[in-house]
Design a protein around this ligand. Structure first.
Ligand SMILES: Cc1cc2nc3c(=O)[nH]c(=O)nc-3n(C[C@H](O)[C@H](O)[C@H](O)COP(=O)(O)OP(=O)(O)OC[C@H]3O[C@@H](n4cnc5c(N)ncnc54)[C@H](O)[C@@H]3O)c2cc1C
Length: 372
């Protein structure tokens, strides 16, 4: 969408048939991501079906912090749209901007010219292969990225799966904010989603999650009743609208660009979902990569130099959030210094907002949190 709007010829490929959903992710979008949706002119379509909300109530090991994460460019709302809504709106906007979108087309490899990426190879179920040539290939193909693998993007800072989520959706819960409960080795959260539903989720450490694989429903209820009894008490009066979902991930950082290729979103960096940063991060990276690509393809700067600058800027921006997220995902008992800090900021709305900003990608965690 962004490159098509800048006048470039864009071919957009996705292996799924649209509209498609992504059942393995919750989908809270922080004000940073929502500000991108607004800039791109698609927010009203999302907001029509996924209500806005601003406030958070975060219970950190018994210290309750209330407030809202900082606004971004004057924009302060979050939304929790289902992915079939979000992805559909973005794909339509890309087509309206002039991109050619082919769904149901799987990329299986990269085409190379003298070691330089020069397009993609797509593959049909019948074993057929087709080459699509391009001066630049952007891999936005998720954590199992074929583009990353074929380009040889190096992986670093790998973290194993630490915690896992079990969640579903309910109608009839009066909740207009984010609720987050963090305890030692356990947690729960909830926020409004699409079409009048509220998402309620349990956090289990991964070993527990594996043991609970035969009865996720029981594990969900036991965990939410334990750490969030006030939230759990709302469920019997409400109607669960679908089966339970479950998801988790290992975390990694991949090189974000090389000769003729770039990675955005989870293809380039995958964080634990505990900070719900993935979608907002993907939007910001798409914006940064599109600016670099436009500069390189338009002749303002050598393409590879522009892409290398994108990769460096991405790392500089995101690595502090990556390290913070990895730490939070352990659901560890806070150090005395951290527990004191949480208590100290409880009645300080500005400091609370800064801490929430470390989650919502507006304040670098290294500037906000005390050293452990
Ligand atoms: C349990 C869980 C909860 C989460 N909760 C949140 C949350 O609340 N908020 C948040 O912001 N993030 C959350 N995340 C993270 C979020 O889901 C990801 O960061 C986000 O989906 C990344 O988007 P993406 O477009 O980079 O990748 P994806 O969403 O994985 O999309 C990749 C796309 O590429 C396509 N594709 C893949 N391979 C190919 C191929 N070979 N050829 C063609 N097409 C291909 C796929 O069909 C898909 O459409 C969560 C993750 C998990 C695991």
């Amino acid at each position: 969408m962004l490159l098509a709007r800048k006048g470039h010829r864009v071919l957009l490929l996705d292996r799924d048939r649209f509209p498609s959903d992504m059942g393995q992710s919750t989908h809270l979008i922080h004000p940073l991501g929502v500000a991108h949706l607004r800039t791109w002119g698609v927010l009203s379509q999302i907001a029509a079906r996924a209500v806005p909300f601003t406030d958070w109530r975060v219970d950190l090991h018994g210290t309750v912090l209330e407030g809202a994460p900082p606004a971004v460019d004057g924009h302060d709302t979050s939304h929790g749209p289902r992915r079939r809504l979000l992805d559909g709106v973005l794909a339509e906007a890309a087509v309206a901007a002039g991109a050619e979108f082919r769904d149901g087309v799987r990329v299986v490899d990269l085409a190379l010219d003298d070691g330089r990426v020069a397009g993609v190879v797509t593959g049909g179920a019948d074993g057929s292969r087709q080459v699509e040539r391009a001066r630049l290939v952007i891999g936005a193909d998720g954590p199992g990225s074929v583009v990353a693998r074929a380009a040889g993007a190096r992986e670093s800072l790998v973290e194993p799966v630490v915690q896992s989520n079990i969640w579903s959706y309910w109608e009839g819960i009066a909740l207009d904010h984010v609720r987050l409960y963090i305890r030692e080795r356990k947690g729960a959260f909830a926020f409004p989603s699409s079409d009048g539903t509220v998402l309620v989720a349990a956090n289990l450490m991964h070993d527990e999650f594996v043991r609970a694989r035969h009865d996720r429903e029981a594990a969900f209820h036991a965990r939410v009743a334990d750490v969030a009894p006030d939230l759990h008490a709302m469920l019997p009066e409400a109607r669960q609208t679908e089966e339970f979902h479950a998801g988790c991930t290992r975390a990694f950082v991949r090189e974000a660009a090389g000769p003729g290729w770039a990675l955005v979103g989870d293809a380039g960096m995958k964080k634990d979902p505990v900070t719900a940063q993935g979608i907002s991060t993907a939007f910001r990276c798409a914006e940064m990569a599109a600016e670099a690509a436009d500069e390189g393809l338009g002749g303002g700067r050598p393409l590879d130099e522009a892409l290398a600058a994108y990769a460096a800027a991405r790392d500089e921006w995101l690595l502090p959030y990556y390290r913070f997220t990895a730490q939070l995902a352990r659901f560890a008992r806070p150090t005395e210094r951290l527990a004191t800090y949480y208590r100290a900021i409880r009645d300080d709305p500005a400091e609370t907002a800064r801490l929430f900003g470390a989650v919502a990608l507006t304040h670098s965690p290294e500037d906000v949190l005390p050293a452990a």
